[in-house]
Design a protein around this ligand. Sequence first.
Ligand code: GUN
Ligand code: ZN
Length: 424
Amino acid sequence: MKAYRAAILRFTDDQTAVYERDGLLVVGPDAQGRNVVRAVGDYNALAPNYPGVAVEHLPGRIIAPGFIDLHIHFPQTDVIGSPAAGLLPWLEHYTFPQESRFADEAHARELAIFFLDELLRHGVTSALAFGTSHPSSVNALMAEAQRRDMRLIAGKVLQDRHSPDGVRDETEQSLVDTEALIRKWHGVGRLGYAITPRFAPSCSEAQLRGAGELAARYPDVWIQSHVAENLDEVKWARELFPKSRSYLAIYDDFGLLRERAIYAHCIHLDEEDRAMMRATGAAAAVSPTSNLFLGSGFFDYALAQRAGFKYGLASDVGGGTSFSPFHTMLAAYYVGREGCSKPGLSLSPQHLWWQHTGGAAQALGLQGVIGNLQPGCEADFLVLDPAATPLLARRTSQAESLDELLFSLIVLGDDRVIERVQIG
Ligand code: GUN
Ligand code: ZN
């Protein structure tokens, strides 16, 4: 066992932040040998219970749960900052050409290392990631995550139509490949697999049907896709699947809405869609930097909360502009202010932070496992330096409440705040 003395941030089950100014975090192996939080609380109250345990003192630092990125494309690391009129031309001109490079396994391996380095440098200890349509892209990412013992979930993209040579896959083979990857990686160490139809317009009915059958056969495997991101995309999806009630309903019609199904964007939904999200247990990956950059629209927090479906924050790199959870949380705040049906909504800093940690874990069905530092959670945590820059030092030293402290970090923070990242 080992213990850390610092300020500690964690969350209760009802999403409220708990902040210990002088806290103690005790970590050690559980019955399976996995490093977990054994105890957490006030230093003076807890320390006498652990007399022989070495304590590392981190004065002036904050220990916080590792961030979770609920939707990110590992092969789009080199796409960040590619401007286009909107989603569909962006896919055609920048994204598909970059993704076709992943037919080359050496390229995939090199990017997997860079990508995971970049996530960790920004304090992201878990992610739900898209690969490309090439199975080797997933093998490269999984192998690298396994080497680091990261809790990572990823999948091979399914796209058997409306996709150019180099990224388009073949229906039968894509499903065979998906099942082989599930068997190879799902539940191996801390890895998980996600069945990954790119989005309904890029998948034939046969491919979506096959994906739904796999989702039924492997109920604890995740599902990830995109929905209702962009108005041209919505129109196209509706034309391609006229029998479905809505774009979101296409996925439901193929058995792809359920617990552990994460849909990126969820912007242009109607009330029935929102009710379906809640009823099926599917979750939204809210990607504000991507939605602002591609001009897609705004996730409606007020309507999501009213409908009561699950959601969490995501970078959506390379549509998204940053790996940094601080940038994503700030963009989410702006969107809440300006882009929501409830005028002037002011999302609290605790709620923004929760969306990128405990809330993202809940969306994945991994509450109590990652995204928090309650006893029993896996010991993925960050050591934050609230004085990482002169301006941060000035501003955070004047914070008079937890909300002020968290808000100053969200507004002024970036990778410089992440002093250390501890995985498992
Ligand atoms: N819809 C289908 N593919 C993609 C993608 O790669 N990025 C985003 N943002 N939307 C998509
Ligand atoms: Zn995406």
